[in-house]
Write a protein that binds this ligand. Structure first.
Ligand code: LLP
Length: 426
């Protein structure tokens, strides 16, 4: 079998380590399934991204939707990152992590009145509007609050990011943003609204994008609009590129932040404005693994199955996108054979799998497996389906590990749900 290439998760004496910490030591303490993150990965990747754009005035707004554990948010915030929140719930988490709302931006295609109010009252850096109606609503709410709201307009540049259709967002057929034809006129109209200060043009064309070309194409389209608006007297102060920078799950060859900088900065340099980014996956995906224990192995006429204690409830990506996540043993054994197997979870759905037809070392009950690239869109997309408790999250820092969220208890599954006696009285 192939090994995942990572300097943060490596074998020493046939045992998998995260940085200087033995994975088996973690699972021996907190059990499985468990998410394990490398703090060094997060730090290195933030610095690599920021370093690539150090020559220009820029802000990175970490997209917390990819991993919103408070400690992950704080790790990026402490490094100097701003924070992109997509809902009141993400705003709440960011505040709990110690983030100043002035260093947040509020995004989302369907913000509620309350979310807009929350953003304005707490003076987020800007709110990204995604429809004409939303712009007027922001103006109205800001007026009621006696404030002027900073607003960027998300423009859909209609370019193909060549990614999975569910995570492509910059095509005309997608629900996101305002089409580039209407956007120009809308900017002009919105510039006359009293309770709004237009701050910038925003785009986000999709996720897991592995080529710089779609960025270049979109930036070229929107930079033209930026210049024309400036000529019309609409002074914008930033251009927001969004997120979407792809990572390696299998054989992808994603671009580096430096390559992105080389592709887009020449187009943006004469705009003389601040450039913003909203990366999520790039900063988190390969900083995490999900460790699971083998419960059973079995073979039928057609297939080998490895039944593990993690499921689609912990890592949904394989089920809904057919996503590939590399899987390899936590402890390597000498002379083991490779087999081809489906790695499946305990949930009663045929869609509950972590891998299909995967070449993997033969394993037996109680062996542990590491599922790679589980730092982004993993824990945040987990659920309690089948009455399953969410796994704990651990952050490793060198040779120490810290529980940053415990395994859920059965009480968590109920929250405040109880038998309502009145319902059964008559
Ligand atoms: N900004 C906006 C407005 C977004 O909608 C997103 C992601 C990001 C930034 C961060 O994108 P990233 O850099 O992480 O690609 N659940 C899917 C991914 C959905 C992405 C949603 N929006 C997956 O597991 O692949």
């Amino acid at each position: 079998m192939q090994f995942f290439d990572s300097e943060y998760f490596t074998y020493k004496n046939n045992r998998l380590y995260c940085e200087g910490t033995d994975i088996s030591e973690i699972t021996g303490t907190v059990g499985t399934p468990v998410f394990i993150y490398s703090k060094k990965f997060f730090t290195d990747h933030y610095r690599k991204f920021a370093g690539a754009f150090s020559a220009i005035d820029h802000t990175i707004f970490y997209a917390v939707k990819s991993n919103y554990n408070l400690n992950v948010i704080k790790t990026f915030y402490d490094l100097g990152s701003g924070i992109d929140v997509n809902s009141a719930g993400e705003f709440y988490r960011a505040v709990k992590a110690g983030v100043d709302p002035k260093r947040m931006i509020l995004t989302g295609v369907g913000k509620t009145r309350n979310e807009i109010k929350l953003g304005i009252e707490n003076e987020v850096q800007f709110i990204k509007a995604e429809s004409e109606q939303e712009i007027y609503l922001i103006d109205k709410i800001a007026g009621e609050l006696g404030k002027v709201a900073p607003v960027a307009i998300r423009v859909n540049p209609d370019v193909d990011p060549e990614t999975h259709p569910y995570i492509s967002t910059g095509l005309a057929e997608n629900k996101f943003g305002i089409d580039s034809k209407s956007a120009y006129g809308l900017f002009l109209k919105a510039s006359n609204l009293k309770n709004i200060k237009l701050t910038g043009i925003d785009m986000h064309i999709g996720s897991q994008i592995t080529s710089v070309e779609p960025y270049k194409e979109a930036v070229e389209k929107l930079a033209g609009m930026f210049r024309s608006l400036r000529d019309e007297g609409v002074e914008l102060t930033h251009f927001d590129i969004g997120g979407g920078m792809g990572v390696k799950y299998k054989n992808e060859k994603p671009f580096t932040p430096r390559e992105l900088a080389e592709a887009i900065l020449p187009v943006l340099s004469d705009l003389d404005c601040k450039i913003s980014f909203e990366p999520g996956r790039y900063l988190t995906a390969n900083g995490g693994i999900l460790v699971t224990e083998v419960l059973y192995t079995k073979t039928n006429q057609k297939k080998n199955f490895i039944v593990v204690d993690a499921a689609m409830t912990d890592l949904l990506r394989p089920s809904i996108y057919g996503a590939y996540h590399h899987i390899q043993p936590v402890t390597l054994s000498d002379g083991g054979n490779d087999i081809v197997a489906d790695v499946v979870g305990p949930v009663c759905e045929s869609g509950d799998f972590l891998a299909k037809g995967r070449t993997i070392s033969e394993c037996k009950p109680q062996d542990q497996l590491a599922v790679f690239s589980a730092g982004a869109y993993a824990m945040v997309m987990s659920s309690n389906y089948n009455g399953r408790r969410r796994p704990p999250e651990i952050m490793v820092d060198g040779d120490k590990f810290y529980t940053i969220r415990s395994r859920e208890t059965y009480e968590h599954l109920l929250f405040d749900e109880k038998i309502n006696k009145e319902l059964f009285e008559n």
